[in-house]
Structure formats: structure tokens, C-alpha cells
Write a protein that binds this ligand. Structure first.
Ligand SMILES: [Zn+2]
Length: 314
């Protein structure tokens, strides 16, 4: 990606000499299982071979793994873009649109993102501003600080800027319409992009909501709900010290239904994930565990102060 970096430290060991890396995909179709009996298989293969174990006995078979989590490393501005909602995506032959959220794993002081348009902006003004190379002036600027979550629903015009490392959780769709690229020579998708724009959306910074959890140990564990959307729920658990165990089960909302897959990302520290009858899984910062629907209950034991984000598919 032209906007990426050549050195992913301290998050990952990758250093490249050629084209910069923009994104690390943690639950993409070509992400590979690293532990257990399915070691070496891609997530796409596991999805094909074990869909019911992975997602639960859903009423309708899904076409692909539902959630994509990735880490973004912007060194330049990302293009101004918009993603379609489900209805428009289906008109284009795709199973679903793309609602996403951004969690700031790191942010320099003063870092901002572009989220939505100034109130009162019209589509005609958007079109003219793209023509005149002045679209940035129409965008709402939102500060982003380490540990903050921003919700970006489909139809929201948006751009991520340098100075942040972002964990993105999204519907697994690659439908992106580039509206504006600051004069860089990449292709724009104006007709579809303008159609996908919604002038009023629910996008914005979200306040964490404390969750008592089932066995919170006073003072040493903090659990918070960050995002509850139609497509995914993301929560955060912070362990203040090592050797603390927290039990997890599916959010009540899902238990009454058909189960769901859980994605566990380690944002800081390290620990061990335990589930019935399985060898403990060591996880450290930057790594992702996929907990299938057939393993509804699991626990995490911190080895040091630790922060994990959990995304549950809805
Ligand atoms: Zn996006």
C-alpha cells in the first residue's frame, strides 16, 4: 500500500525493502492457523470444512467468514472513501456491505481521522469538491487517542490519517469506493461512491460502557463494551497484573440464539487462553485467537498486565 510502512515493529517482526505494508490481516481468508489440529490450514479452508462448528448452526449458510480484523499502519493519508450498505452491496452481487470500527492501538498527540461530512453538506457539493480537489474541506475531523474506539457505519465518508496504529473490525467485505485521493493517481469510483454516501450516519467516537462480567476480581480486571452494532460486538478486558484469570462466555444476547464465533486480539501484554480439553494457547501482543462457536466458554490468564479486545459476530 502506498500509504504504509516498511517496518512493523514493535507490533510485528516484518521489515520490507520494497513496497510499504499498510495492513496486517488477522482473520482474512488466507490467514493461517498456527496451533492445534488444524495447523497450516487457511481460515477460508477451515470455514469451508467446519462452518457449523465455527459459526454455530446458523439458519442460512454464509458465503464467507463473517468478520475481518486487521491492523492498519498509515504513514500517509488513506484515500477518502465510503463503503456500501448491505442493500447496495447485493445490487453489485456481493453478500454484504461493510460497517467497520477502529480501535486506536496507538496514537500520536493530535492525531485525527476524517469521519463524515460537515452538517448541511450536499451531494452536489461533494461532487464539485472532488472535481476541484478541495474535498478535505468538507470532512469532519475527529481526534483519536490511544484506547479510543470509533464506529464507522456503511455509508459514512471517511479517511484514516498518519499518526495512529488502528485495529479495524469489519464485516468481511472488500467493497470500497475511493472518492478522493489528494491528487494521487489512483483510480476513483465516483458513481458508485456517490451512491453509497449517506449524509447522516451513526459514526463517531464511542464511550466504553463498564460491564461487571461474571467473575471480575475487584480492581484487577476491567471489562467494557466498546461497540454493539447489527453486525458485531466488540468488548475490551484489561488485566492490571499477571496471573489473573477471567472466564468468558458468549454475550447473553448470543447464547439464546445459535452461538457465534469470537475473535480475541491481544492489544497489550501476554497471556494464556484455556478452553476445555485443549492445550493452553499462548498469546502475545498483536496476535489473534479464533474461538469457534463450538467452544462457547473459555478463559484467559494474564502473564503480565494485559489488554484484549474481543469481537463477536452478530
Ligand atoms: Zn473503511
Amino acid at each position: 500500500m502506498i500509504w504504509g510502512v516498511r517496518d512493523l515493529s514493535p507490533w510485528y517482526d516484518n521489515k520490507v525493502a520494497g513496497d510499504p505494508i499498510g495492513e496486517v490481516w488477522l482473520s482474512g481468508d488466507s490467514s493461517v492457523v498456527d496451533t492445534g489440529p488444524l495447523t497450516g490450514k487457511t481460515l477460508a479452508t477451515v470455514f469451508q470444512e467446519h462452518q457449523e462448528d465455527l459459526l454455530g448452526p446458523t439458519l442460512h449458510a454464509q458465503e464467507r467468514f463473517p468478520l475481518l480484523m486487521k491492523v492498519l499502519f498509515p504513514q500517509e493519508k488513506l484515500s477518502v472513501q465510503v463503503h456500501p450498505g448491505d442493500a447496495m452491496a447485493r445490487e453489485h452481487g456481493e453478500p454484504h456491505g461493510k460497517t467497520e470500527c477502529w480501535y486506536a492501538l496507538d496514537a500520536k498527540p493530535g492525531a485525527t481521522v476524517a469521519l463524515g461530512l460537515h452538517p448541511g453538506t450536499t451531494l452536489a457539493e461533494v461532487e464539485a469538491s472532488i472535481e476541484n480537489n478541495t474535498m478535505e474541506a468538507l470532512l469532519e475531523s475527529v481526534p483519536i487517542r490511544k484506547g479510543e474506539m470509533i464506529f464507522v457505519d456503511a455509508g459514512t465518508v471517511h479517511a484514516i490519517f498518519p499518526g495512529v496504529v488502528v485495529l479495524e473490525t469489519q464485516q468481511n467485505s472488500d467493497m470500497t469506493y475511493r472518492l478522493y485521493d489528494y491528487g494521487r493517481p489512483r483510480e476513483l469510483h465516483l458513481k458508485d461512491g456517490l451512491q453509497a454516501i449517506r449524509l447522516h450516519t451513526d459514526a463517531g467516537t464511542v464511550e466504553p460502557k463498564p460491564e461487571p462480567g461474571d467473575d471480575t476480581q475487584a480492581g484487577s480486571v476491567r471489562r467494557e463494551l466498546l461497540v454493539q452494532s447489527k453486525y458485531f460486538r466488540v468488548d475490551r478486558t484489561r488485566f492490571a497484573e499477571g496471573n489473573v484469570t477471567v472466564k468468558f462466555s458468549l454475550p447473553v444476547r448470543r447464547q439464546s440464539q445459535t452461538g457465534s464465533v469470537q475473535l480475541i486480539f491481544v492489544a497489550a501484554g501476554a497471556g494464556e487462553l484455556h478452553s476445555n480439553g485443549e492445550a493452553p494457547m499462548h498469546l502475545r501482543r498483536g496476535e489473534l485467537a479464533v474461538v469457534p462457536a463450538c467452544t462457547a466458554d473459555w478463559s484467559m490468564t494474564s502473564s503480565e498486565p494485559m489488554e484484549i479486545l474481543r469481537a463477536v459476530s452478530e
